[in-house]
Design a protein around this ligand. Structure first.
Ligand code: DAH
Length: 344
């Protein structure tokens, strides 16, 4: 048996094939059901126990060598085909390259921007590295105000009195818009924001928001409510209802949080809406007169509303994704699920 194994091993090592067909024949002859190596494995079962150890090892080496040789021959054959094989039909379509797909957060951002563009809003952007003034101070968060604790901040420099930081919300872009645009102002501000949060299924240190701002003469809470209702129906479907709950933000007065009726259970209660029938989508309110005045707008003449929402959250609700981390891991199996889900 020992000799047989050695003979076979040297045959395997010297094996040469000139076509894929020959390689397959060699594989069957060696490793197929009735192949020579397979037969040796059958014989091995009957050999004396004291021989088993040595033969077992040798047989396994032979089998591995045969598998490796077949693989090597196959690779050689396929690379020869590519390099030297005849080019049979130059008009054949090429090998398709897999197409990428849009990220679900980009899809949602585009939908929101498109909806507000229809209402006459322009898009505005601002810097991700901002100063304390635009992120907090001008939005009515005085230094040491406890409301700053709502947003754990990454500071870039600790300069006083106006340190640089990574913006914690896109509300900073409302301030920049009020400073630079002519009245009336209607803007929607999408962007990336940063907070010093531990990463979990429900929180991340980087996420995306869209801020909206409308300032004109005689803008009222009824206008805010109507804008949000129209948005919610465009985004989540024509039967969507909204409900507004009183809330607090330093830059709006009065302030409100908005829920939409759960688009999964239609108000009956399910695990997505935690049995309430409602899903929270955004914060909003009438721009606080202090905020208007800080940017040089006459709060006696003008009023306005603002709102802000998290894009990951909207995308999670829209597609019932239960873990925020999926949006940042870039697993193609996850990312490729969304482009077809959007009606363009
Ligand atoms: N900036 C708030 C946040 O990040 C969201 C927000 C709430 C924006 C109310 C607004 C608003 O414009 O009016 O939590």
């Amino acid at each position: 048996m020992k000799e047989e194994i050695e003979q076979l091993l040297s045959r395997v090592n010297d094996l040469k094939c000139s076509s894929a067909k020959e390689i397959e024949e060699a594989r069957v002859a060696l490793l197929g059901k009735k192949g020579e190596i397979t037969r040796l494995f059958d014989e091995f079962r009957t050999c004396a126990p004291e021989m088993k150890r040595e033969f077992g090892r040798k047989l396994n080496e032979l089998k591995q060598a045969a598998i490796a040789k077949i693989d090597e021959l196959r690779q050689g054959a396929s690379s020869e085909n590519v390099q030297e094989g005849p080019l049979e039909d130059l008009s054949m379509p090429g090998n398709p390259l897999p197409l990428g797909s849009r990220h679900p957060v980009s899809i949602v951002r585009q939908q929101i921007v498109d909806i507000f563009r229809k209402f006459g809003y322009d898009v505005a952007e601002g810097p991700e590295i901002e100063d304390d003034y635009h992120v907090f101070e001008a939005l009515n968060f005085p230094p040491n105000h406890p409301a700053r604790d709502m947003q754990d901040t990454f500071f870039v420099s600790v300069g006083h009195p106006n340190p640089l930081l990574l913006r914690t919300h896109t509300s900073s872009v409302q301030v920049r818009s009020m400073e630079s645009m002519k009245l009336p102002i209607r803007v929607i501000c999408p962007g990336r924001v940063f907070r010093n949060e531990a990463i979990s299924a429900r929180a991340h240190c980087i996420f995306h928001q869209v801020e909206g701002l409308y300032i004109d003469e005689d803008v009222t809470f009824a206008d805010l409510k109507q804008a949000i209702l129209l948005f919610a129906r465009e985004m989540f479907g024509p039967d969507t209802a909204i409900r507004m709950r009183p809330s607090y933000f330093p830059f709006t007065e009065p302030s409100s949080e908005v829920d939409v009726s759960c688009n999964i259970c239609h108000g009956k209660g399910c695990n997505i809406c935690k049995g309430t029938g409602w899903l929270e989508i955004l914060g909003c309110g009438m721009v606080d007169p202090n905020v208007l005045e800080a940017s040089g707008i006459d709060s006696k003449k003008y009023s306005g509303f603002a709102f802000g929402m998290g894009l990951e959250r909207i995308a999670m609700l829209k597609w019932q994704v239960n873990d925020l981390r999926h949006y940042f891991e870039n697993d193609l199996r996850f990312l490729s699920e969304f482009d077809t889900a959007v009606e363009v």
